[in-house]
Design a protein around this ligand. Structure first.
Ligand SMILES: NC(=O)c1ccc[n+]([C@@H]2O[C@H](COP(=O)([O-])OP(=O)(O)OC[C@H]3O[C@@H](n4cnc5c(N)ncnc54)[C@H](OP(=O)(O)O)[C@@H]3O)[C@@H](O)[C@H]2O)c1
Length: 390
């Protein structure tokens, strides 16, 4: 029996890598559905090559254009964000690979979880903002959640060396991003071009900016907390510029199990698709003698305040994480649009956290309300401060 796969966000960095992995896996893996937001030419090319039964275009402005591009093909086109929820619960789908960027992926992730699918999750933001709800839903439906984020895939694999209560801590590694060596003063005026030039990973723009602020690592702390049911006190971050060790798990006897590989997202994507099997793949193998040495340092929490905020948010729980994430998504958009300086991203996130009254035990509606409030708060603050050169 083939594994039938839906890729939500097939035109992005993870989505394209997932298709490369599927090409290399060959028979036994069938692409049933693909999606894009606005890159419809690329989506049409992918539809011609992989012949999925379904293709979704979430930005309705591009749906008609896409329909005409694939009119001669046997594919059902779904338009608007609701199309992702439909795809995520299709009978014809076994694995839903979520490669959407941001909170926009939440409804589809929840839909796949409710339908008891195997969820190969790259889209970390839904886990950050609704981790408790998502883990509860997947448990109730009998579905499975497999991390694609390289750090979480590494932890997932390392955890198999012992039982959950034998873990004393998990250590997430971080490359440190392009500004690792900078102080708060020197980072003030970095440009979008500099922030988008990641030293190791080639990724989409939002996660690349998140890596530069270390917001990405903050989100990953919260992601790990939910995925592995690990108290925040047992999660640490270690800067490891070579990005060869993707994360580590320390057990109560003092043994530390690490996962090493070349930094290449094809490997964790492949592991999630072939799990529980391992097969030969396209990722280049490691040659440690050529690398020579691996280095580690503590994160600089003064320059990268996002990381301390992430730990605080993970401890606080409730609506804190949704505000943290939504404020960041909006601030990153403002930075990429050239409206604010790099350092204002985290300042705006902190501003929102300070103004927000955290609610615990919240419904999905309350989470979405807090998300909307934080986005508006960032936009208004940027508008108000435009005149003083934010
Ligand atoms: N890139 C990596 O190496 C990496 C590693 C670990 C985790 N992740 C996580 O994986 C997710 C995807 O990252 P990425 O780097 O692949 O992002 P990306 O390159 O920006 O791709 C994002 C995908 O989502 C689609 N999309 C954008 N906005 C959307 C919306 N509002 N509704 C529905 N679809 C939308 C895009 O469509 P269009 O192309 O048509 O705009 C594209 O297919 C993120 O959550 C990221 O944190 C990425």
């Amino acid at each position: 029996m083939s594994k039938r796969i839906a890729i939500l966000g097939s035109t992005g960095s993870i989505g394209k890598n997932a298709l490369r992995v599927i090409d290399s896996l060959g028979a036994g893996y069938e692409v049933v559905a693909l999606s894009a937001h606005s890159k419809v030419e690329l989506l049409a090319e992918q539809v011609r090559k992989y012949k999925p039964k379904f293709a979704a275009v979430t930005n309705t402005d591009f749906a008609e254009q896409f329909r005409s591009m694939v009119s001669e093909l046997d594919v059902e086109v779904l338009a608007g964000p609701g199309g992702l929820e439909e795809i995520a619960k299709l009978e014809d789908v076994d694995i839903v690979l979520t490669a959407i960027v941001g909170a926009a992926g939440l409804p589809a992730v929840l839909s796949a979880a409710k339908a008891g699918k195997t969820l190969a999750i790259a889209n970390k933001e839904p886990l950050v903002i609704a981790g408790e709800l998502l883990m509860r839903t997947i448990k109730a439906s009998g579905g499975t959640i497999l991390p694609v984020d390289s750090e979480h895939s590494a932890i997932f694999q390392a955890m198999q060396a012992g039982s959950h209560d034998e873990v004393s801590k998990i250590i997430l590694t971080s490359s440190g991003g392009p500004f690792r060596k900078m102080s708060l003063g020197t980072i003030e005026n970095v440009t979008a071009e500099q922030a988008l030039a990641h030293p190791v990973w080639d990724m989409g723009p939002k996660i690349t900016i998140d890596s530069a602020t270390m917001m990405n690592k903050a989100l990953e702390v919260i992601e790990a907390h939910w995925l592995f049911g690990m108290p925040v006190e047992k999660i640490e971050v270690l800067v490891h510029p070579e990005s060869i060790i993707h994360s580590l798990v320390e057990f109560i006897d003092g043994s530390v199990v690490a996962l090493l590989s070349k930094p290449d997202m094809c490997l964790p994507i492949q592991y999630a698709l072939t799990y529980p099997k391992r097969v030969k793949g396209i990722a280049e193998h490691l040659q440690l003698d050529k690398i020579g040495k691996l280095t580690f340092e503590k994160p600089n929490l003064e320059t990268f305040r996002a990381l301390s905020l992430g730990f605080e948010v993970a401890r606080t729980g409730g609506t804190a994480a949704v505000v943290f994430n939504a404020a960041n998504e909006t601030a990153v958009e403002q930075f990429l649009a050239g409206r604010i300086k790099f350092v204002r991203i985290v300042e705006l996130v902190e501003h929102c956290l300070n103004r927000h009254n955290v609610k615990k035990q919240v419904s999905l509606e309350e989470l979405l309300e807090a998300d909307g409030w934080a986005r508006k708060e960032v936009e208004q603050r940027v508008q108000q401060r435009k005149s003083v050169g934010i």
